[in-house]
Write a protein of this length. Structure first.
Length: 257
């Protein structure tokens, strides 16, 4: 059962920001970001795989890691957490969804205008001329979801011959300015911020809850484990997003009756 304060806040919220991380996709079978560096990928660290230098020094290894992750997303389905966030947006006057995730499960669950701080697995582009590259559709049977390490040579740009790179924001790269500014603005204005499934280790995304808290937003965290946000959240719900978010939604809906 949720604390009284949370029930009242959910029933009166007018402007909600939801900030998600890899944990919101965990119940869809997508390894969380740190888990995506386990298994047979555990011998690599994030700086070998999720940065431009790593890609340039071994394009086939890095492109293979992203293709392995993209194929897992293609095979996955939105889980109750994604679906609930999309429904919640219909229950309140304003809801801004900000995600650190590079999958499209929020969109496939029905969310619109998702602010992707770290880009997308589905928008690769040429590393030289920046033109978008359209990935060929894949026969679902061909998907490489086996946990073997897959080295795949990245395609080449048809316009300039440059290497095609994943359309994500790598470590050391700036976040998309317009999206970042929208995310900061929304965090400063909201009356309720739900932080769902993020370890809060990656900056500047991890700064958003602090922006919300300093301007008086009510901050709620949903995560099975402790994070640095435990110290600023008014309410910490220890549990899975796919189980707790539907409960929060039913409280929001109950205010209507
Ligand atoms: C930049 C795309 C500057 C790639 C990613 C201070 C300020 C600014 C920068 C820095 C700073 N300090 C350090 C930096 C540098 C760096 C950084 O943050 N390093 C960290 C490691 C210390 N930041 C950057 O480099 C950023 N760029 O600052 O640029 C600049 C400015 C101008 C010009 C040039 C440069 C760029 C950061 C973006 C990196 N790219 N992703 C890819 O995906 O491969 S980040 C990556 O981590 C993913 O996007 C992921 O989403 C994100 C955060 O991880 P989480 O989502 O939190 O996932 P994680 O696995 O950690 O945690 C999952 C959580 O879910 C856990 O807590 C778990 O308990 C929970 N969970 C599990 N199951 C469930 C659940 N919760 C609920 N329900 C469940 N069922
Ligand atoms: Zn090109």
């Amino acid at each position: 059962m949720f604390p009284e304060k949370l029930i009242n806040t959910l029933q009166q919220a007018q402007d909600i920001v939801v900030l998600t991380g890899a944990g919101v996709s965990a119940e869809s079978g997508i390894p969380t970001f740190r888990d995506a560096l386990t298994g047979l990928w555990q011998r690599y660290d994030v700086n070998q795989l999720a940065c431009e230098d790593g890609f340039l020094s071994d394009p086939a290894l890095v492109w293979g890691w992203y293709e392995w992750r993209r194929h897992r997303v293609l095979k996955a389905k939105p889980n109750p957490a994604h679906l609930t966030i999309a429904k919640l947006a219909k229950q309140v006057p304003k809801l801004t969804l900000i995600t650190q995730n590079v999958d499209d499960l929020h969109e496939r669950a029905g969310s619109h205008e998702v602010l992707h701080l770290h880009g997308s697995l589905h928008q690769p582009r040429c590393i030289a001329c920046e033109s978008l590259y359209y990935l060929p559709s894949i026969d679902m049977m061909q998907l490489t979801t086996a946990d073997q390490e897959c080295r795949i040579n990245p395609p080449r740009c048809s316009l300039c011959g440059g290497l095609i790179r994943p359309g994500v924001v790598w470590f050391g790269e700036a976040l998309p300015t317009k999206i970042w500014n929208q995310a900061v603005q929304a965090s400063l204005q909201c009356d309720l911020m739900l932080i769902v499934g993020t370890s809060g280790l990656v900056w500047p995304a991890a700064d958003l809850p602090y922006q919300a808290e300093k301007t008086g937003s009510f901050v709620v965290q949903i995560n099975p484990t402790l994070t640095s946000f435990n110290s600023i959240a008014q309410i910490n719900l220890a549990g899975k997003a796919g189980e707790l978010l539907p409960q929060a939604l039913s409280i929001c809906i109950s205010r209507k009756q």
